[in-house]
Design a protein around this ligand. Sequence first.
Ligand code: ADP
Length: 532
Amino acid sequence: MKHISFKTKTTIWITLLITAVCALSVSGLLIMSRSVSANETRQLLSAAVERNADEIEYKNGILVIESDFDFYSDGVYTDVYNEKLDFIDGEIPVSLADSADFISNELRTVESGSDKYYVYDKRIDFNRYEYEIDVISGQIIKYEADYSRPEALNASEYSSVHFENGISTLQAIDIALEHAGTSKEDATVIAAELPGYSNRQVFRIEFTCEKPLYGSVWVRGIVPADATAGAFNAIAKTVAYIIPFFILIAAAGAYLISKKAVKRVEDIGVSAREISSGSDLSKRIEIKGSRDEIAQLADTFNAMLERLQSSFESEKQFTSDASHELRTPLAVIKAECEFALSDKADSDDKQEALLSVNEQADKMTQLVNALLSLTRTEQGTQRFRFEKADMSLLVEEVCASFVPSKGITVNTDIQKDIYYNMDISLISRMLENLLSNAVKYGRENGYINVSLKETDGGITLCVKDNGIGIAKEDIPKIWGRFYRADSSRSGSEGFGLGLALVDRIAALHGAKAEVSSVLGEGSEFKIIFKKV
Ligand code: ADP
């Protein structure tokens, strides 16, 4: 598969993410606001129908649609139908046939052809009636009865009847009830005589019947659903045009951000390649800008280079020191051989030369052996055999078998039964090195105190002498390979590998090697093993 760069991947991912978030939030918003607005429309519709329903009444036996009735307002069309569902009055929107079923007090969505409508119907059953009777000098002059109840007396018939002393309230009620076609038993009567003047009487009679006397009326409110959908389609269209721009901006932004982030990583790559292709390990990666994760990465690289450089340099130093150490005995061997082979050498000289060659060969063997042990312990090529063993016994045995020269005495102070997980041969080797150093750099008839004790910090093995001591400035260096502090002081001929091996063996056992020394007074070497 073709390699896709980190920049491209990041750009694609961020763009896809932003697209998904945009799409989800916009569609969520549209759906939400669409339903909110549909709800509002439906509420508006039912409120308009309820309000208009209050504007219809039966007055003097006639169906009256008051002037406050809104046939069209706030996008709501309102129509009035009679009991037989015949259209009486109103505004029917375009394609809605009045064939849709009438269901009272229920908001519905009705489809007519390809159009959709919200419809709300209200059935009004008239059981409250209002009559007005205007009488002058006992003659009914105004009484707007209609012909809807032909069997009832109409206004003109009443007006021909003359009431001698005007009409009483009870008579007025009777006239109204008679016209309405009901009796006092079926109606809860509320009657009132309005203030008249001189020979004029005005009656207003209101009553409520249990059973409606006239046919009911339907008020139907209609709102085309498209009225709301239209606005949303427009919003959706606008959003559809805007979103690609958003995505483009997001993609450009994602590209720029990832480019900026990757640029610093690329810089690190370039520096690392430069360092690895050249031979200069002292070069370091330079990173500009804030101290962020990328700067930390560069720091890690630099720390790694630091370690590489130091281990590379110490290897170089080691090789050159080792060759240097081998060169001296080799030169002696070569010179002795040449002399022995020359005509000048008699048999005694040859004998002496051979002895010298033998001595140099021994020295080289010692050096090579010391080098081998150190390298094996350092590189881990030697198999170590760690086992829980009696360290007290081991230290005692090593001290007992050690034969000090120069009339030096070895004193021991060893706590019994100290067990530790260790490689016995390595620990013996370590102690032998410390003891032989204490003799090498010790005084004639001096002493060596060896102690092994359990302490708070762990187990401490201590080798103390009263020898020549170590100069302050040499103390940090003595653990290094091939380091010998002024051998003229001691006349010793060591290789400077003994303490390096001690340090390594201690490290392999998780222990710490320490020294304290006073020049001319003696030295104390401590190996502190951690308690486990
Ligand atoms: P060497 O083969 O020279 O003894 P070591 O690594 O054992 O190498 O020791 C390094 C140097 O540390 C020695 O050259 C010596 O100067 C110093 N040193 C080590 N042990 C003692 C000691 N017990 N007293 C004084 N100096 C010591």
